[in-house]
Design a protein around this ligand. Structure first.
Ligand code: GLN
Length: 471
């Protein structure tokens, strides 16, 4: 898709302004129902598109020049309201842009997309702006937290979007909306200017219509950034150029614990098994591998994540950013009332759990223990990747669930992340690739790899995308 648009823009079959107008029209038509965007930047987008047309006329063309895209409303963009879909940041205008927003400047930013509040959730239902509906079934969620970007791409409201993935927030909504989503290795893409939820787990990555688009976008945003001390200076691979050269004879692992997880829809298991068979026929080898600590991943994450949340969200005090409660008179009241009124239920739950788990006397029992289990999980993956090159696994236990189905039971919502969280705890990359439909709803698999294996994941993802499969 991006390759086609690039060709049309370069040959002037369409101008960047015309293309942008087309997308803005589709957004005006479909967004009121979908709620994928929380803000649409009509005038700003047209201004950018005009600049792109000038650049194209002068032959100053980068891969994304003139391409209209969307950013999850977690990325700061200078001068543009950025809220993390929380009332506590309503009206916050960042004085600087996220590194990824800078790196996409050749493109046309159409707007900011919906997310669970501070990315805490799996359905966008914790967003202060309401839920994003699934483009395949309006009664269902689009997943989360990057549900707005995934729905926007799936419904043709953006060519691609960026999301963040702390525990699955790129891969799960991509799976629910039938699009591609890549969570890179921790340290591959700068987090600077992405509003933090859990800093040791947060990653930034593309949500796209195809694997090739994913390769193109990742190539633009990846790489060292002096503003994020956790980024690596390893050279960025030419993901698009190597895409079609998948090596034969890859050793593919199927993590036993994932496939034995209770609640995995048999249709998802079958679709994955069918693809694995086809990959065998294509010359790869397949074997079972074990990640013995899989069952501890969700409880471990739901200690570490809230601990980091309680620390990261301490800065929202009613003074430095966005919202301030009018009722408050004294300093302490400003803090208390602004936080009480500004944060939603899930943010408060995590602040409380995290503060508790980090407090004297409980730190060792919860936080330290969770960090030790995290190390064991890393070791599980390291051992498995001595035997195989990549793993294939489900992304979600079921296709998209109904709006409201899990909101009253946070544990049910947390269990949504059972297949995505382990790789986050281990800092590993993984890509969601659609693999069919169940009752008209998209389903997907993920390919998980060792650190810095994004090139390999994209190659295998591309091969999977081009296998014949049902529906
Ligand atoms: N669903 C997970 C959570 O609620 C993951 C969210 C994310 O990756 N940002 O924390």
């Amino acid at each position: 898709m991006l390759v086609d648009l690039r060709r049309q823009l370069d040959s002037k079959t369409i101008s960047a302004v015309e293309l942008t107008e087309q997308f803005l029209r589709t957004i005006a038509e479909k967004n009121p129902q979908l709620n994928a965007y929380v803000s649409v930047l009509n005038d700003y987008a047209i201004e950018q598109a005009k600049r792109c047309d000038d650049d194209i006329a002068q032959g100053q063309i980068q891969p994304l020049t003139g391409i209209p895209y969307a950013l999850k409303d977690i990325f700061c963009v200078k001068g543009i309201e950025t809220t993390a879909c929380s009332n506590i940041l309503r009206g916050y205008i960042p004085p600087y842009s996220a590194t990824v927003a800078e790196r996409l400047r050749a493109g046309v930013l159409l707007g900011k997309t919906n997310t669970d509040e501070f990315t805490m959730g799996s359905s966008t239902e914790t967003s202060a702006f309401g839920v994003t509906h699934n483009p395949y079934d309006a009664d269902r969620v689009s997943g989360g937290s990057s549900g707005g970007s995934a729905a926007a791409v799936a419904a043709g409201l953006a060519t691609f979007g960026l999301g963040t993935d702390t525990g699955g927030s790129i891969r799960q909504p991509a799976a629910f909306c039938g699009v591609v989503g890549l969570r890179p290795t921790y340290g591959r893409v700068s987090r600077y200017g992405a509003i933090a939820m859990a800093s040791s787990l947060d990653t930034v990555g593309p949500i796209t219509a195809t694997v090739e688009d994913c390769a193109i976008v990742l190539e633009q945003i990846a790489g060292f950034d002096a503003l994020d001390g956790t980024t690596s200076d390893r050279p960025v691979e030419q993901y698009q150029a190597i895409l079609r050269n998948v090596p034969t004879g890859l050793r593919i692992g199927l993590p036993t614990e994932y496939f034995e997880t209770e609640g995995l829809h048999p249709g998802i298991r079958q679709a994955i098994e069918q693809i694995v068979q086809q990959l065998k026929q294509a010359g790869h080898t397949v074997q079972a591998v074990s990640i013995p600590h899989t069952k501890y991943a969700v409880p471990t994450y739901y200690i570490i994540c809230p601990c980091e949340v309680s620390s990261n969200l301490a800065r929202y005090d009613g003074i430095k950013y966005g919202f301030r409660a009018d009722s408050a008179e004294e300093l302490l009241e400003i803090y208390q009332q602004s936080r009480a009124q500004g944060f939603g239920v899930e943010a408060k739950r995590r602040i409380m759990i995290g503060t508790y788990a980090l407090s004297a006397g409980y730190y060792d029992a919860y936080y330290l223990k969770a960090m030790q289990v995290r190390t064991l999980l890393r070791q599980d993956f390291a051992a498995a990747f001595n035997e195989v090159d990549v793993m294939i696994a489900p992304v979600t236990p079921q296709p998209a669930f109904k709006i409201g189905e899990k909101t009253t039971d946070p544990i049910q919502m947390f269990l949504e992340d059972v297949f995505t969280i382990p790789s986050n705890l281990a800092g590993l990359p993984a890509i969601t690739v659609p693999c069919g439909k169940i009752d008209q709803l998209p389903i997907a698999l993920q390919v998980i790899g060792p650190q810095w294996s994004e090139g390999r994941l994209l190659q295998l993802g591309y091969q999977i995308e081009h296998l014949p499969h049902d529906s």
